[in-house]
Write a protein that binds this ligand. Structure first.
Ligand code: ADP
Length: 238
């Protein structure tokens, strides 16, 4: 399945042009969407997740017209937003069961199996009975991935997922994403160059709503060269 975005534009009511004629083609695997804060990444993600309407342009996921067939898109979409709601006092297992019901997994036995295997996959099974409020940032993100994978999505969107994670947790999260990326389209939106370098074979760079680069991932760049990297890509756009 391919994700195609054609000439998407979006201007907010305050006059900010968040997306300016964005065209991208994305194949299964890990795809990086890299850009500084305010570049337009979240706007693009929200449009793909059917939460926001563009002013013009088109988006297709395989045969699905993403701007018109929203229910079909939601059926094959997993989304881990930047802010993942409030964490109630319920346990990880109870919460995931609850979300699974909302996602339409009505068969009780199947639901239990799905929830348990997802908790195992994200390595939260040993603490499945603990309250979500007691989870660390990394554990919350892994829980976020588990909920995003309910219903076996074809497209998984993760928005700035490693913010606030320590290096160990970040690595664990990277590994999890790479494993998922073997089967589905995973779009990783981030301003962290390292995230994209380590994980994504294909990527695009977005700045001020425009695509400056779309193609192969780059060679890994040491963290202290990130500023150099960004000033170089900003020159590309000027
Ligand atoms: P990123 O995710 O790359 O940080 P965003 O898509 O959040 O970028 O934002 C792109 C631009 O649009 C920014 O200038 C931001 O201030 C503006 N913007 C985002 N959301 C809104 C909104 N709801 N109303 C007005 N402006 C917005």
């Amino acid at each position: 399945m391919e994700l195609r975005v054609e000439a998407l534009s979006k201007t907010y009511e305050n006059g900010v042009k968040a997306l300016d004629n964005v065209t991208l083609s994305i194949q299964p695997g890990m795809y990086g969407l890299l850009g500084p804060n305010g570049a337009g990444k979240s706007t693009l993600m929200r449009i793909r997740a059917t939460l926001l309407e563009p002013d013009s342009g088109q988006a297709f996921l395989g045969e699905i017209d993403m701007l018109r067939q929203k229910i079909e898109v939601r059926r094959v979409l997993g989304y881990l937003p930047q802010e993942f709601g409030v964490y109630p006092r319920t346990s990880a297992q109870q919460m995931l069961e609850h979300l699974a019901v909302l996602k339409g997994l009505s068969n009780r036995r199947e639901r239990k199996e799905t929830v348990e295997s997802l908790l195992q996959f994200v390595n939260l099974y040993p603490c499945r009975r603990k309250s979500l409020t007691s989870f660390s940032g990394g554990m919350r993100q892994r829980f976020g991935i588990a909920q995003a994978l309910l219903g076996r999505p074809q497209l998984l969107i993760v928005d700035e997922p490693t913010a606030g994670l320590d290096p160990g947790e970040r690595n664990r999260f990277y590994n999890l994403l790479s494993e998922i990326g073997e089967q589905v389209i995973v779009i990783l939106s981030t301003h962290i160059v390292q995230d994209v370098m380590q994980l994504c074979a294909n990527m695009s760079i977005i700045h001020e709503g425009k695509v400056l680069y779309a193609g192969d991932g780059f060679e890994p760049t040491p963290p202290d060269l990130e500023d150099v990297f960004f000033s170089r890509i900003l020159q590309l756009g000027s």
